[in-house]
Design a protein around this ligand. Structure first.
Ligand SMILES: CC(C)(COP(=O)(O)OP(=O)(O)OC[C@H]1O[C@@H](n2cnc3c(N)ncnc32)[C@H](O)[C@@H]1OP(=O)(O)O)[C@@H](O)C(=O)NCCC(=O)NCCS
Length: 325
């Protein structure tokens, strides 16, 4: 049976120039490098410059993904951008990227699933491609979480950073087996009853302010591993594959302890896990494409590799995407 698979043509990422180390943070709030590294694995994060917006990070990541794929914006028909920190309430950050890339055709829109945003955007792109709505999609995760942090709250401000990553997907005919290149299966979930555990205490309709990120860290931690492993097991059930078949596990980069516990529960060997959280902290929707791009550009990810992506975030939302590079 032949089918259409969304195959990856290229990827790119961008981190703002300014680096904020744990030592820098220890001069701002009552914390230490040791506490942050031990609890999270984070050593530094990048912070967008004044006047540098989510769209600017997204444009740089998109340009790098286009160059990696050997394409221009004229070759793309759809942009799907995942963010929880848009430049403005509207229009979408995606249309700002579309304009900056000189794209006057096609369609661009944002999706919002916080830290699961990139997995939700990839799944949306894959669905558009497989049902014939799109041919080539630029999928971006981009965030400036530094703008919604309470810099006096040591329990949250040490965890997050800014950045962007992008991939380009194209619909190609394939055999319909798990040997195909491209997205093989994806599984999305949400459960709004957990919304008070990780949220922003402002918004246009409620407070007419942007607000700050608030989190019950222990509660998030408690749910994270179970939710992540559930959607990954769904992917294994749908394909008949197992943790042993994976070449790479590229999880949302929130916390080293969550990543390690998830990999252990799924029997994924530590050397298959791509970790970049130490270098950029939790960049929400940008973290998976940042980690993916790092592993592609340093030569770890090769054609034919089987890659599991997963994320969990505010809402809660969570999801997995299994793909062959
Ligand atoms: C946030 C997190 C690292 C906190 O670790 P924890 O072991 O649960 O720590 P606790 O919240 O129990 O706090 C332990 C102590 O450290 C203190 N503490 C909190 N933040 C601190 C910091 N940055 N530096 C130093 N001490 C800190 C607390 O005040 C508390 O002190 P107390 O015992 O005197 O009250 C952890 O809960 C976590 O990783 N949660 C998931 C967060 C996440 O990934 N969110 C994003 C999902 S997309």
């Amino acid at each position: 049976m032949t089918t259409i698979r969304s195959t990856v043509l290229g990827c790119g990422s961008y981190l703002p120039e300014k680096i904020l180390t744990n030592e820098d943070l220890a001069r701002m709030v009552d914390t230490t490098d040791e506490w942050i590294v031990q609890r999270t694995g984070i050593r530094q994060r990048h912070i967008a410059a004044e006047g540098e917006f989510t769209s600017h990070l997204a444009i740089k990541a998109a340009e790098r993904a286009l160059a990696h794929a050997g394409l221009t914006a004229q070759d793309i028909d759809t942009i799907i951008l995942a963010t929880a920190t848009p430049d403005n309430t509207f229009p979408s950050t995606a249309v700002q990227v579309q304009a900056a890339l000189g794209m006057r055709h096609g369609v661009a829109f944002d999706v919002h699933a916080v830290c699961s945003g990139f997995v939700f955007a990839l799944t949306t792109a894959d669905t558009f491609i497989r049902c014939g709505q799109a041919k080539r999609v630029l999928v971006i995760g981009a965030e400036t979480f530094s703008r919604i942090l309470d810099w006096n709250d040591r329990t949250t401000c040490v965890l997050f950073g800014d950045g962007a990553g992008a991939v380009i997907l194209e619909g190609r005919e394939a055999s319909g087996t798990v040997a195909d290149h491209g997205i093989l299966t994806s599984h999305l979930r949400s459960d709004g009853q957990h919304k008070s555990k990780l949220y922003v205490d402002g918004g246009p309709s409620t407070t007419q302010t942007v607000g700050h990120l608030r989190m019950e860290g222990k509660e998030v931690f408690k749910h994270a591993v179970g939710m992540i492993t559930d959607v990954i097991e769904d992917a294994f059930k749908a394909t008949g594959l197992t943790g042993e078949d994976l070449t790479w596990f590229i999880p949302h980069q929130a916390n080293r302890r969550i990543i390690d516990a998830s990999a252990k529960k799924l029997d994924i060997a530590p050397e298959k896990v791509v970790v970049t959280v130490d270098l950029h902290g939790n960049t929400s929707a940008a973290s998976i494409p940042l980690a993916l791009d790092a592993a592609v550009k340093d030569g770890r990810v090769k054609s034919g590799d089987l890659i599991m992506l997963e994320a969990m975030g505010g809402g809660f939302t969570w999801g997995s995407v299994l793909l062959r590079w």
